[in-house]
Design a protein around this ligand. Structure first.
Ligand code: HEC
Length: 113
């Protein structure tokens, strides 16, 4: 995992310096991923290999340009819903955090695949 940390962290820090605190995500790529792992998001979605759910790449490509998509996904990953997988209803459990910054970082991460 750690080999992924360096470059995105550097980019993140530069972005923070350029944009000023508040507007850029304070989470690194690997922090986003570990939160998503903890929340079981990779059980049904992978970055680019189809599983029970669409890949994050497909999700990003399909939704990136839609209006208000960040707000919609914010709600989607913080509320308990049901999804249908092979005709069976399964729980779409929310992200295991209530932290606004963390949730926004996950939404941004998904939409930038
Ligand atoms: C039980 C398997 C499962 C788990 C666990 C799961 N998902 Fe999903 N997810 C799906 C399926 C299936 C869909 C597509 C069906 C739908 O959109 O209703 C979906 C849809 C989505 C969408 C919307 C895609 C769109 O095009 O609108 C997002 C965003 C998403 N998931 C993110 C997450 C995140 C973040 C987590 C972790 C908190 C997560 N998922 C956990 C199965 C799962």
């Amino acid at each position: 995992m750690n080999k992924f940390v360096k470059a995105p962290a550097t980019v993140g820090i530069c972005a923070l310096l350029l944009l000023g605190a508040g507007s850029a995500s304070a989470l690194s790529d690997s922090e986003v991923k570990s939160l998503m792992k903890k929340s079981n998001c990779f059980r049904c979605h992978a970055e680019d290999k189809p599983k029970d759910g669409p890949t994050y790449k497909e999700i990003a490509e399909k939704n990136r340009d839609k209006p208000d998509i960040e707000a919609k996904f914010y709600k989607r990953i913080t509320t308990f819903e049901k999804v249908e997988i092979k005709g069976k209803k399964e729980d779409h459990e929310p992200l295991k955090t209530k932290d606004d910054e963390e949730i926004k970082a996950v939404v941004k991460w998904i939409l930038s695949r």
